[in-house]
Ligand binder design. Structure first.
Ligand SMILES: [Mn+2]
Length: 462
């Protein structure tokens, strides 16, 4: 929680930016996992937290811009709620920390919105990303559920993005704290990656550290000796000598800010010669990309700095050939680097991804590429001071993809498939840090986390 003035200032700016109409904020609900009372961990909607600071299910809020009023809708607990779940502040008490002027029972929400709709007034809402929000919007606004999303307010999206893209000093301090938790997670994880143990034992180490800080995972971690599967959710492999493991994980602080860090860990603590060769290519690409991060530079061009670094190194190692710039323009490097360099980071690990990439990471005149690899880039626009982004290049050896490109002759002018065959079983490598764009350039968030070959091998020592 920040001060009431912070939340009031955020809402005042939002009103000014949207201009007129009603602005409807829906909080998240509890969601049953296998029956209604056995719920998934509750996570409030980030935009709701950002403007209203109420971290409980069953609330909504409305700003009437034309009348200059704001109302938090919700219900006080019943005695049964208190018996089973413990006492919580009343709805009126929940208004104070965020400086909210008035509150009303949830049952009054439909009437408030209905009256506005009958007057022909605009009700702004964000694109729903949960089924219960779609259902609620349909019921409250008289829209059919299948088209509710089509009526989202682009002005509301833009007004939220215009604030959440720029992290305040207090948000940056909390993001630094999130990365410090990650540092401790990796200190515990690296020596746990030992032959004869399972991947989930490494996950247990990072979970222990996150929970010991009152934090939780900011997303389900990727912890796999098959890192060539980019979003591998499986944690049951037995680690063996000679394996290399990708650990991509993050913590979410009690103030809801996320870290997102990746390290590639040699199982047993020492990289093989081939692993070291690939790892150092990833490290060079990451350092070159970070050095290119500064205001006014398109993130797309930072992605291409990493791509050219990879193409040059892979050419020197004999896996690629021909002109480096032409190879990158053709997308040949994407055989090994098939994803985007990174994304915005904040309260969401892919910050504001629910508010549409077109508005968050791109802009008119800068559209997402259709090329394989580049087409997965979530962020391309010019960076500005206050942006927090990830920089996470990786190299992957995906046997099915290698076989397909070889069979089809895809980018054959730039690839030496005979040499690539020697790396067929090399799997996946990625290094990810979190970066604040400053007026001069950038700085890494949080304290350093072991990253060079020597540092990683040292940190793996039992
Ligand atoms: Mn990431």
């Amino acid at each position: 929680m920040f001060t009431p003035d912070t939340y009031r200032a955020r809402r005042n700016r939002l009103m000014k930016d949207i201009g007129s109409g009603l602005v409807l904020f829906l909080g998240n609900e509890e969601v049953g996992m296998n029956y209604a009372a056995n719920i998934y961990p509750f996570r409030q909607d980030s935009t709701f937290l950002y403007f209203w600071a109420v971290d409980q299910p069953g609330v909504a809020a409305v700003i009437d811009i034309d009348q200059g009023t704001e109302t938090l809708f919700g219900d006080d607990q019943t005695m049964a709620d208190i018996v089973w779940s413990g006492p919580l502040p009343t709805l009126a008490d929940r208004c104070a920390p965020a400086g909210i002027a008035s509150s009303a029972p949830l049952s009054a929400l439909a009437g408030r919105l209905g009256a506005a709709i009958r007057q022909g007034r605009r009700v702004h809402f964000l694109a729903p990303y949960r089924a219960e929000h779609t259902a609620k919007l349909a019921a409250l606004l008289g829209l059919h559920a299948t088209i509710a999303r089509d009526y989202r307010s682009e002005a509301f999206h833009a007004a939220v993005i215009a604030q959440r893209s720029y992290k305040s000093a207090e948000e940056v301090a909390d993001l630094d704290a999130a990365v410090d938790i990650s540092r401790q997670m990796y200190a515990a994880a690296m020596p746990a990656a030992q032959p004869g143990r399972h991947e989930y034992e490494v996950v247990a180490e990072i979970a222990r550290v996150a929970m010991a800080h009152g934090a939780r995972f900011s997303f389900p971690p990727i912890c796999s000796v098959h890192g060539e599967t980019l979003h591998n959710p499986f944690h049951r492999n037995l680690m063996q000598a000679g394996d290399v493991m990708i650990l991509d994980s993050g913590a979410e602080t009690a103030r809801y800010n996320a870290s997102d860090i990746t390290r590639t860990i040699p199982v047993g603590g020492a990289f093989t010669a081939q692993q070291r060769l690939i790892y150092e290519m990833v490290l060079r690409a990451q350092l070159a990309a970070i050095a290119a991060v500064k205001p006014g530079v398109r993130y797309l061009d930072v992605h291409l700095v990493a791509a050219r670094s990879f193409a040059a190194d892979l050419k020197a190692a004999g896996l690629m050939k021909g002109d480096v710039d032409e190879a990158v323009a053709a997308g040949a490097h994407a055989l090994f680097f098939p994803h985007g360099l990174g994304h915005m980071l904040g309260m969401d690990v892919h910050d504001m991804e629910n508010l549409e990439e077109r508005l968050v990471g791109y802009r008119p005149g800068l559209e997402r590429s259709t090329q394989f690899g580049l087409g997965y880039l979530r962020l391309a626009r010019e960076m500005e001071p206050g942006f927090v982004i990830t920089v996470e290049p990786g190299l992957y050896f995906i046997p099915a993809l290698i076989d397909q490109w070889k069979a089809d002759g895809t980018n054959a002018a730039f690839l030496d498939f005979a040499e690539i065959e020697k790396f067929r079983d090399a799997r996946g490598y990625r290094i990810e840090d979190d970066v604040l764009v400053t007026s001069e350039g950038n700085r890494l968030l949080g304290p350093p986390i072991p990253k060079t070959v020597a540092e990683v091998e040292e940190a793996c020592r039992v």
